[in-house]
Design a protein around this ligand. Structure first.
Ligand code: ATP
Length: 362
């Protein structure tokens, strides 16, 4: 079973702690994405699993073996980097087969593996070309192909799509997903792109300052972010936050900001729901407007400050009072105009509320 486990990993660069007592377990066949902003420690963790990074404390286990001190080549891993790192003077075929030739594998077996990988990645017609005769997307496919031809139990990806333009990124993302469906290799994938994380992952680990802030399925992370940090990082356009406080009115909790309040009877509190300063988070797609607004826990009229047409829909940024703004997605055919007053409804069950001091979900 190709499980990967990081046990209590700490990594320091001088006095700077890049990873702090981090624990992570990737199951056999799972596609786990490490997601977080630049500098949060994603690549450091990936490199530690690969054996390219010395660790200060803790252990790495792969397939039931403690590989903490094993050489990268003895870990049963194969890695795809952001820079394709292809040999410029070699053809695609030679690039794909290089590692196998060095290992002394019989020629027929090499040919079989190269042709199978080329077919999977739609490179069969390009085997005799050099990297300079390929597009960026094709080069990255060759880099993935080099991983495919090996007998790796674990695939590691370090931002493999970030050098590609937007359209190619979407295409190759789908190919990686298809590949994982076929091969079911245990995979660890680093990215700062939340869309890549949401579309590819079985589970996402959201990292913040050398720690895992939350780990869960894309749906869990999107629908029930455990901290404000995770809530703000995932979703485009980002979740709206209204800054205010939780109070008790007639024995029931409400969220108040300015002179407005949202009843919270239908909010699933994770703790006692005591009075406190809090941020009320609601995703743009969960704001209800028009006739259905009145049927929600809260409804009120808001003035549109600014419109951003996005093609199929339009983002409407509205004045929410007390100097705060909320954005909602409206179908473009609604023909909204800046300055319009529109009824907006909010259902507390779709909200995520965070304690203002700790940032944790309440
Ligand atoms: P990015 O997406 O930008 O690659 P990341 O989340 O992968 O970011 P890491 O590369 O893991 O981040 O780096 C984590 C932190 O450790 C960063 O603050 C970085 O500046 C620091 N760091 C990384 N390598 C070294 C080094 N060799 N010496 C000192 N600090 C380092």
């Amino acid at each position: 079973m190709a499980e990967v486990e990081a046990r209590n990993i700490s990594i320091s660069y001088g006095s700077f702690k890049a990873l702090q007592e981090l624990n992570l377990k990737i199951s056999h066949g799972e596609f786990l994405v490490l997601l977080g902003p630049s500098g949060c420690g994603k690549s450091t963790l990936l490199n530690a699993v690969a054996g390219l990074q010395e660790i200060s404390a803790g252990q790495i286990w792969i397939s039931g073996r403690n590989v903490t001190w094993a050489e990268p080549k003895d870990r049963g891993i194969a890695m795809v980097f952001q820079s394709y790192a292809l040999y410029p003077k070699m053809s695609v075929r030679e690039n794909l087969s290089f590692g196998l030739r060095v290992s002394g594998m019989p020629k027929e077996e090499i040919a079989r593996r190269v042709s199978r990988a080329a077919e999977t990645l739609q490179l069969s017609a390009m085997l005799d070309r050099r990297p300079s005769e390929l597009s960026g997307g094709q080069r990255q496919r060759v880099a993935i192909g080099r991983v495919l031809v090996r007998d790796a139990e674990v695939f590691l990806f370090d931002e493999p799509l970030s050098n590609l333009d937007a359209q190619l990124r979407v295409e190759l993302r789908r190919e990686i997903k298809r590949l994982h469906r076929t091969l079911r290799a245990t995979s660890l994938y680093v990215t700062h792109d939340q869309v890549e994380a949401l579309t590819l992952a079985d589970r996402i680990a959201v990292m913040n300052k050398g720690k895992i802030e939350q780990i869960g399925s894309p749906a869990e992370i999107y629908e029930r972010p455990s901290t404000r940090y995770v809530a703000a990082f995932i979703g485009s356009p980002a979740m709206n936050f209204l800054e205010g406080g939780i109070e008790t009115v007639s024995g029931e909790p409400v969220f108040k900001w300015g002179d407005r309040s949202i009843p919270l009877q239908h909010y699933a509190f994770t703790d006692a729901g005591d009075q406190r300063s809090a941020s009320f988070g609601i995703r743009p797609e969960h704001l209800v407007f028009g006739d259905r607004a009145a049927a929600q826990d809260f409804h009120g009229e808001f003035v549109i400050d600014m419109l951003e047409p996005m093609g199929s829909d339009t983002l409407a940024w509205c004045n929410a009072g007390s100097g705060q703004t909320i954005g909602l997605r409206a179908p473009s055919e609604m023909r909204l105009a800046e300055g319009d007053r529109i009824p907006i409804g909010i259902s507390a069950k779709n909200a995520s509320i965070f304690d203002a001091a700790s940032g944790r979900r309440v």
